[in-house]
Each structure stands twice: as structure tokens, then as C-alpha cells.
Design a protein around this ligand. Structure first.
Ligand SMILES: Nc1ncnc2c1ncn2[C@@H]1O[C@H](COP(=O)(O)OP(=O)(O)OP(=O)(O)O)[C@@H](O)[C@H]1O
Length: 257
């Protein structure tokens, strides 16, 4: 599905990604985990074809970037990020914001077909906020806004859904509600790629983890094998113990004296 091979990404003489090899196959759901500035968002931008590597190849859904029409490939990729949210109009009603996801437009300039409106309402039900359909986007809580983004990205039936820190800034309650909706995606035929710095956001849906540190992959593979205290220490520079509870990893920080 997504194959990054021998990726180097150099900008302004800085080696931002160095020899990254990452292969994500059908049936897998991935978390990219690493500190601030480690290169996670850059990896997502390469997968979306918004950036091109200085060296190496990117292949998504059987299409090699540089030899295909990236815009066509993007029609199968949902992307949830803060920068996309900032482009949406806060005065638009929620159902309309969701409906625009159908065509990957930011706004409609003509009447929205009834069938598209109905599908938008269904998506809002799926993320458990049907009652907010007519409210302007700007009146929603941060957690509700993230759910709108999720519903919107599902409108075009993506094969891959890429999320860049969707739970950032949410309180515990809102974060867990959003994670429940994301976990429910296991019932659909969508590969999820999720970026975070928080280990406890690795919900049961996710099968694989890639740990990144200063542009290099420390480890990538099945989550149980990658999430060792040694690897986490290499990625975050913090000593921890890690416990699995209800299929999620939870950490305790060990103070170094
Ligand atoms: N086009 C660019 N030109 C110069 N520097 C860049 C460019 N793109 C990314 N960087 C730098 O590369 C590093 C990695 O950035 P990136 O946004 O990928 O990190 P991240 O892991 O997503 O961080 P965060 O968790 O803080 O969002 C940062 O230091 C950033 O400033």
C-alpha cells in the first residue's frame, strides 16, 4: 500500500530524513511515533505527494510518485491535519463542511445534491455527533471539530486515512471519544496511518509502529516488538517501564537520579 524506499529529505543543507525504509501493507494500521521535530509530518507529506524526496522512492497504492498523477492518487487518501482545518470556514454549518469532503473541495459554490447531504448526515451519525449537523463549525468544541474532520475525510471512501496528531489539545474525555471512533475504523477497509508523540494513543486498531528520531527510523514493525523500553528511550531520551492494559501500552517514567 505505502512503500518508502531509501528516502533522504534534505532542505537548506539539513538532513531532515535519512535513509528511511518503511513498508506498510494491506491489513496493517500504523502509528508514527517520535519527538517534536523528528520528521513525522515530513513523512506524511511525502506519502501525500506534497513533498518530494531528495533521494529514494515513494510508492502509494501501486503508484510510484514522479511517474503518475499524484492528484489522482490523492483521491484515495484522506488527510486530517491542523493546517487543513484552518482552511475550513468556521461559519459553515457542520453538515456542509462534511459534505465538501465528497469532492475534496473546501467550499461548495453550487447547491449540494440531496444524496451528498444525506451521506454527510450518516457520517456525522457514525462519529456520534448527528445533533450538531446544523451548528456553525466555529461553535463546536475542539473534540467535536476533530470528529467533523474525521467524518469529512470518510466522505470520499478513502483507501488510506492519514492523521497528523488528531488528538492534540483534547482533554481526556474528548481524546478517548475520538480514539473510540478511530478504533471503529477497523470495521472498514481503510489503512490508518497516525502520527503522535503520545504512546497511550496506540489503541488496539494499530498493528504496527515506526519509531523515528532525528530523521532516522529506530525501529519499525509489529507494535509489541517495537515498543520496548530500550527503543522508547532511544526515541525520547526518557527511561520508562511499559505495561499493556486492555490492548494499549501505558508508560511510567523512571526518574534518573
Ligand atoms: N521544507 C522544509 N525546509 C526546512 N526545514 C524543514 C522543512 N520541512 C521540515 N523541516 C524541518 O524538519 C524537521 C522535522 O519536521 P517535521 O514537521 O517533520 O517534524 P515532526 O516530527 O512532525 O514534529 P512535531 O511533532 O513537532 O510536529 C523540523 O526541524 C522542521 O523545522
Amino acid at each position: 500500500m505505502i512503500h518508502l524506499s531509501g528516502i533522504h529529505f534534505i532542505r537548506q543543507e539539513r538532513h531532515i530524513l535519512e535513509d528511511v525504509n518503511l513498508h506498510m501493507n494491506p491489513g496493517e494500521h500504523w502509528v508514527l511515533l517520535g519527538r517534536n521535530g523528528s520528521g513525522k509530518t515530513t513523512l506524511l507529506e511525502l506519502m501525500n505527494g506534497y513533498e518530494f524526496p531528495s533521494r529514494g522512492t515513494v510508492e502509494v497504492l501501486g503508484n510510484r510518485y514522479g511517474q503518475c498523477d499524484v492528484r489522482e492518487v490523492r483521491k484515495n487518501i484522506g488527510y486530517i491535519s491542523q493546517s487543513l482545518f484552518e482552511k475550513l470556514n468556521l461559519t459553515d454549518p457542520v453538515w456542509e463542511v462534511v459534505a465538501t469532503g465528497e469532492y475534496a473541495y473546501l467550499r461548495f459554490y453550487q447547491e449540494i445534491p440531496q444524496e451528498v447531504k444525506e451521506r454527510a448526515l450518516l457520517k456525522l451519525e457514525q462519529v456520534r455527533i448527528p445533533h450538531l449537523a446544523d451548528q456553525p463549525l466555529g461553535t463546536l468544541s475542539q473534540g467535536e471539530r476533530k470528529k467533523v474532520m474525521l467524518a469529512r475525510s470518510l466522505m470520499m471512501k478513502p483507501s488510506i486515512l492519514i492523521m497528523d496528531e488528531p488528538a492534540a489539545g483534547l482533554d481526556l474525555y474528548e481524546r478517548e471519544r475520538l480514539l473510540t471512533d478511530i478504533n471503529d475504523l477497523s470495521r472498514q477497509d481503510i489503512m490508518v496511518v497516525y502520527v503522535t508523540h503520545h504512546i497511550e494513543e496506540i489503541i488496539p486498531l494499530f498493528t504496527h509502529v515506526a519509531l523515528i528520531e532525528q530523521g532516522k527510523l529506530i525501529a519499525a514493525g509489529r507494535k509489541e516488538e517495537v515498543l520496548t523500553p530500550e527503543n522508547v528511550h532511544r526515541a525520547f531520551g526518557v527511561n520508562i517501564t511499559l505495561e499493556w492494559f486492555q490492548e494499549r501500552p501505558w508508560i511510567r517514567v523512571i526518574e534518573s537520579k
